[in-house]
Ligand binder design. Structure first.
Ligand code: ACO
Length: 324
């Protein structure tokens, strides 16, 4: 059988800040309760970064874990793509700080902004570069410090997000058609819906660093329907049915969105990885955080088919189908 050049996921690493903030602690800051947050979102706690735990610091820590698992040295990394909406600086890219921290001096490095879909977008870019023969080993990282852009006067948003980072190492390999690697990615955007989830400022705006603003009901409605569509698209493109997928690893935004998508596409809860109860919505970091936990605890095994999906501000959304 002819061999194909694929991007194979050989390592995964994660980092969560030291400080854990419970729902009860959030209830001391805003008019809310553990019961409301748990019932509406499934979230029980989040981690908030300390002053030293920047997107670069956390991204480098997660990347070290991915390299360690793969047994690959920093010097062998050819590219670092870091998805974030909360970079350390406007420039240079957070990815170059990660490069320096890892001693990955043979890598090119850049950031990518696609909000909560950032990790799927970055995975897709890395996959394309590997398939094209441009690079052999790519670190794909999601790292976010949403605590710095949350509006702590808005109880409808500040209880839903947390900080953290996750990373995977993708390595070019010649494999059989039924072998491991990224099988497909599908990306989408709809800028006409930018106003349902956004940050109302940026360093390029006069005196407006910006806070996260969300129309929760509208995001909920769009998320279930667009994500179910993204999953169906990935299945159809690969000639698969829902029962062929061993694990769905969704963006960890809200348990009710995840359950709604699962019901719509026919993947039962026991084949869906949910970790948001311990880290809340960490935007671009949430998929590699969930993946890291499920690989680490032995749920996700070599040879299994794993479908990743995410939706975020933009709107942006997409999927990636991976054989482990
Ligand atoms: N604690 C207590 N009460 C609250 C809180 C809170 N933290 N936040 C809002 N409320 C109140 C509201 O003020 C409202 O009160 P009212 O009826 O007196 O006006 C009531 O709860 C109900 O508010 P709704 O917005 O209707 O609540 P809903 O059931 O829609 O749940 C939620 C809100 C959890 C935000 C929901 O809309 C949701 O999950 N949306 C998806 C958003 C999401 O997950 N975004 C993540 C980012 S996007 C992504 O990553 C996919």
């Amino acid at each position: 059988m002819a061999e194909l050049r694929r991007a194979v996921l050989t390592g995964v690493g994660t980092y969560l800040p030291e400080r854990v903030v419970s729902n009860d602690e959030m209830a001391e800051r805003v008019e809310t309760s553990d019961e409301w947050i748990t019932e509406r979102s499934g979230i029980r706690q989040r981690h908030f970064a300390g002053p030293h735990e920047s997107a670069a610091f956390m991204g480098a820590a997660a990347a070290r874990g991915a390299l360690e698992m793969a047994g690959v040295a920093g010097a062998a990394v050819g590219a670092i793509i870091l998805a974030t909406s909360t970079p350390d600086q406007s420039f240079p890219a957070t990815a170059v700080h990660v490069q320096a921290a890892l001693g990955a001096m043979n890598a090119f490095a850049f950031d990518l902004a696609a909000a909560c879909s950032g990790f799927i977008y970055a995975l897709s870019v890395a996959d394309g570069m590997i398939r094209a023969g441009q690079v052999e080993n790519v670190l794909v990282i999601g790292s976010e410090v949403y605590s710095r852009i949350l509006n702590f006067a808005d109880r409808g948003t500040c209880v839903l997000f947390g900080d953290g980072a996750g990373a995977v190492l993708l390595q070019a390999r010649a494999v059989a058609a039924d072998g491991p690697g990224i099988l497909s990615t599908h990306l989408h955007a709809d800028g006409t819906q930018a106003e349902i989830l956004y940050v109302d400022g940026a360093v390029g705006q006069p005196d407006r660093p910006g806070h996260l603003v969300m129309n929760g009901r509208e995001v909920f409605r769009q998320a279930v329907s667009l994500l179910a569509g993204a999953v169906s698209e990935a299945l159809a493109a690969n000639g698969l049915r829902a029962e062929d997928i061993d694990w769905l690893v969704p963006h960890q935004a809200n348990r009710r969105i995840i359950e709604g998508v699962g019901r719509k596409i026919g993947i039962p809860p026991e084949r869906v990885v949910v970790t948001l109860e311990r880290h809340a919505n960490t935007s671009a970091a949430s998929i590699p955080l969930a993946l890291g936990q499920a690989v680490g605890d032995g749920r996700i095994k070599p040879g299994q088919l794993v479908l990743l999906e995410a939706l975020g501000g933009g709107l942006t959304w997409g999927s990636a189908l991976v054989r482990m």
